[in-house]
Design a protein around this ligand. Structure first.
Ligand code: F6R
Length: 252
């Protein structure tokens, strides 16, 4: 028992007194990366968690602290079955919260195209783009209540690359808050696989709110299993975890 504990490195969770401070710290890390590497490859997330971080990135751009002109971005996922331009598509989300407000080059922005007639071909295309870009320098992640990262839902095994996934009912229920009714939440999504996520040079995992406290603790201290995809992050050599007081309370 003692040996087991000793061999397992402890994941360091940075807890912030306020959400504003967390957002500023996370954005500062991203801005710092781009300042030293203007053509950095960023892996980006959607959902409620990163919105404040994107606001900080826009503020940094407006203050001329950073330019996104040469930055390459890959979004983690996109819903299947929403019309192009649907306000809840992740493409619309990214425009609304980030891309419409900065100088990002549209040719360097990548989001899975879930309207593709053949989704498997779209997955292969996305993987080819990721491979051509090399390693992701910084992968921004939120965490689902069931431990999903991207839309890699708990399962007995997980694919390495981009794939179509059936969303867990827990995920659809959690995301219903963004739709007019729960039935409108798509049943499927295209998601980046855990391969490129774990291959990223740095992973920045963000957790906010009391409802994330238990899953964050389980993911970072429990057994490593594809039944809790975020637990795979324990294996990452450069994992940075930022949590607010509520999400990080079990680490104090
Ligand atoms: C979003 C994504 C998801 C979310 C997760 C948490 O692109 O890949 O893994 O990060 O579902 O969602 P929020 O932030 O809404 O709690």
């Amino acid at each position: 028992m003692f040996m087991k504990e000793r061999m397992k490195p402890k994941v360091n969770v940075l807890t912030f007194p306020s959400e504003a401070e967390l957002n500023a710290a996370a954005a500062g890390l991203i801005v710092g990366l781009i300042q030293t590497k203007p053509d950095a490859v960023l892996g980006l997330a959607t959902g409620g968690t990163p919105i404040g971080i994107y606001e900080e990135l826009v503020a940094a751009y407006r203050k001329k602290l950073v330019s996104f002109r040469r930055v390459v971005t890959f979004n983690l996922d996109e819903y299947v079955g929403l019309a192009p331009g649907h306000p809840q598509s992740y493409r619309s989300y990214m425009r609304r919260h980030l891309f419409d407000h900065i100088d990002a080059d549209p040719a360097r922005i990548h989001i899975p195209d879930s309207t593709a007639a053949r989704p498997e071909e779209e997955c292969a295309r996305y993987d080819a783009l990721l491979a051509a870009a090399g390693r992701i320098d910084l992968q921004l992640l939120g965490i689902g209540h069931n431990g999903h990262i991207g839309f890699n839902e708990p399962d007995r095994s997980l694919p390495f690359g981009t794939h179509v996934v059936r969303l867990a009912e827990q995920t659809r229920a959690a995301n219903a808050r963004f739709f007019a009714s729960p039935e409108e939440v798509p049943t499927h999504a295209i998601t980046m696989g855990v391969g490129p996520i774990l291959h990223a040079r740095t992973v920045l995992l963000i957790a906010k709110g009391a409802d994330k406290a238990d899953i964050l603790y389980r993911a970072l201290t429990g057994e490593i299993t594809t039944e809790c995809p975020a637990s795979l992050l324990q294996l990452h050599p450069r994992l940075i975890v930022m949590a607010d007081q509520e999400a990080g309370r079990r680490f104090r």
